[in-house]
Design a protein around this ligand. Structure first.
Ligand code: CP
Length: 332
């Protein structure tokens, strides 16, 4: 017997968005297609559509963020939802209130969706398991585990430059071990049919059995790993998640794994360069590459709004579609 996917409703529609794991190619493609449609909203004189009018979205960011928090807020506002940004440092969390009590209190204010970022892996799943039946949870990054909307905005960016996933070679370079982004990207790329996904890192920054677990190929030499790649994704060195000396120094890391124009020369001439941000210039890549003609890093940020609009509108829209069970009706 297969375990039901906790992020899908009984009809297989998106209710929560917690992880790429277990989602079908069709569903990921639907998110990308919907996001493609939302890109045009930014070009309108009034950058809004009424799809989620009357809905309330709460952003709960227990970890720092620039891109994800602001693009979720913009996405919700462009969908005409009302947005609450809880300031965690001045909220009752600082006085010891549990996550569950915070959830219950905000549910009592009729919040329809929580967007949550947390340092602990599994937080979004935990909230989804305990949320009221009519409430949706969207994972904005949990520990090392998952950052599914980041992966989907990366997939949209790739598809806009390289439309045929079935023909691509994609290299992911850097701190794979600590990266929730890399885990979600590997799952998304393989689900969308990318045949050649490579991970390039020092041995100390690769998870054990990464090749078997994700269907990717591991490399320890940057020029060899990016050879003939169509897409090169650089990752941030996550000092805050390292609990031992896994790197000799950032200077030495750059000498071996930092992306420069010379090292990029083995990739395909029209290869694109990506980075989820924030970038450590001179550690993961030099500024010539970060700001160069092949960099699509700022496009990733723009595409993040459209992808988050797609995910939020699908989850919130699906809340109306299922007829409520007795349990849902009682809870409401
Ligand atoms: N890519 C990403 O998650 O960036 P932020 O930490 O700024 O949200």
């Amino acid at each position: 017997m297969t375990t039901p996917n906790p992020q899908l409703d009984a009809h297989g529609r998106l209710k929560h968005f917690l992880t790429i794991d277990g989602l079908s190619r069709e569903l990921l493609t639907e998110i990308l297609d919907q996001a493609e449609g939302f890109l045009g909203v930014a070009q309108q004189a009034v950058k809004k559509v009424p799809l989620c009018r009357g809905k309330v979205v709460a952003n709960l960011f227990f970890e720092t963020s620039t891109r994800t928090r602001t693009t979720f807020e913009l996405a919700a506002k462009r969908l005409s939802a009302d947005v609450l940004n809880l300031n965690i440092s001045t909220s009752s969390t600082a006085k010891g209130e549990t996550l569950l009590d915070t959830l219950r209190n905000l549910e009592a204010m009729h919040v329809d969706m929580f967007v949550v970022r947390h340092a602990e892996s599994g937080t979004a799943h935990f909230m989804a398991a305990h949320a009221a039946p009519h409430v949706s949870i969207v994972n904005a990054g949990d520990g090392r585990h998952a950052h599914p909307t980041q992966a989907m905005l990366d997939m949209l960016t790739i598809r806009r430059h390289k439309p045929d996933f079935d023909q691509l070679s994609v290299a992911i370079v850097g701190d794979i071990l600590h990266s929730r982004v890399a885990r979600s990207q590997m799952l998304a790329l393989r689900t969308l049919g990318v045949p050649d996904v490579r991970v390039i890192a020092p041995r100390t920054l690769l998870p054990t059995r990464v090749e078997e677990a994700f269907g990717v190929t591991a490399y320890h030499d940057l020029s060899e790993g990016v050879r003939d790649a169509d897409v090169v994704i650089m990752l941030r060195i996550q000092r805050e998640r390292m609990n031992s000396a896994l790197l000799p120094s950032e200077h030495e890391y750059f000498q071996l794994f930092g992306l420069t124009e010379e090292r990029l020369a083995t990739a395909k001439p029209e290869a694109i360069v990506m980075h989820p941000g924030p970038i450590n210039r001179g550690v993961e890549m030099d500024s010539q590459v970060a700001d160069g003609r092949r960099s699509v890093i700022l496009e990733q940020v723009t595409n993040g709004i459209a992808v988050r609009m797609a995910v939020m509108s699908m989850c919130l829209g699906n809340q109306h579609l299922g007829s409520p069970s007795q349990e849902e009706a009682t809870h409401a």
